[in-house]
Design a binder for this molecule. Sequence first.
Ligand code: ADP
Ligand code: MG
Length: 350
Amino acid sequence: MILLRSTLTALLISLLLVSCNAANNTAKIEQQRSLLLFGTLIEISLYGVAPALAERAFAQLETEFARWHQNWSPWTDGELAQLNRALSHGQSFTVDPELATLIREATDLSARSQRLFNPAIGNLVNLWQFHRADEKDIQPPNASRITELVAMQPEMSDIKIQGDQISSSNPAVQLSLGAFAKGYAIDIAIEQLRRLGIHNTVINAGGDLKVSGQHGERPWRIGIRHPRQPGVLGWLDVQAGESVFTSGDYERFYMYQGKRMHHILDPRTGYPSTGFSSVTVLHNNAGLADAAATALMIAGPQHWQEIARAMDIHAVMLVDATGTIYLSPAMAARVHLSAGDARTLVSEPL
Ligand code: ADP
Ligand code: MG
């Protein structure tokens, strides 16, 4: 009897150990899925999730990202493309509530950025054709066409949103969400994972990312690319709930008569911005970080603090054409710079 009891106890203990180990193993498991969408590689990492739940989450996000790509890109035949067609004919168009919300948020951010982030300049973006930047003999568009499009002053404030019905008082408005949609999608995706009970995640879209919860025992460390040299300018540890977004003039560009023609356009001139060569924003809201990184590229050394304050950005690093690094104090406290001889200026608190 005693023997039997001790055997039973041993059996129970070993069963308990097995289940503890299984729980520990799940806690340590990192599962990844990559999607080639939004013009980049989107890597979704989940920590401590049972394989069946992870599979369900990956399938859901794959469907969602593909749907967002289809509906929010001007290059597909999806909702945004149809909306743009209607707007160019002075007609209104009813969109999905999801796209209506996105357009409302983009309108708000555009106003806060003093229209430097201006997703209404789709015609200019289209004219520049930066998706062809790798082709030989590519040239900037005709100067008079650029002047013409700028003179039409397409702005988000031209758009009227009544419920889900969108119209524009300016037929020159064409929406191009490339500076914002990726961040916005990542925020929603992280929220969807949370609703599935998955709290420890990283979604990384080509170096622009959001971290939620814990990443195993280590923080998520991200390198910030040097805009002019191979390698990194520095690195920072991204904490739970934070996103880091970088915009740069080295991502999609070509050289023309010694000038760098890159894909971030100054809506006031219609030409590529000249303010900074790269801007890295740290913020809890990925959509905001994405839009702000683009706006601050254009704001330049004279105006970046004003625009950052208006957009509620506290932690930002900016690199100008001479290689000088500008840091807000909140970013200076977080970033570890490796570029030894670069001139570094820390601003007043934002
Ligand atoms: P990436 O998407 O490469 O990370 P950004 O977030 O800075 O870079 O977005 C750049 C894209 O945004 C461009 O390719 C273009 O489609 C669009 N764009 C360019 N200039 C502006 C602007 N001033 N405001 C809003 N969108 C812009
Ligand atoms: Mg952006």
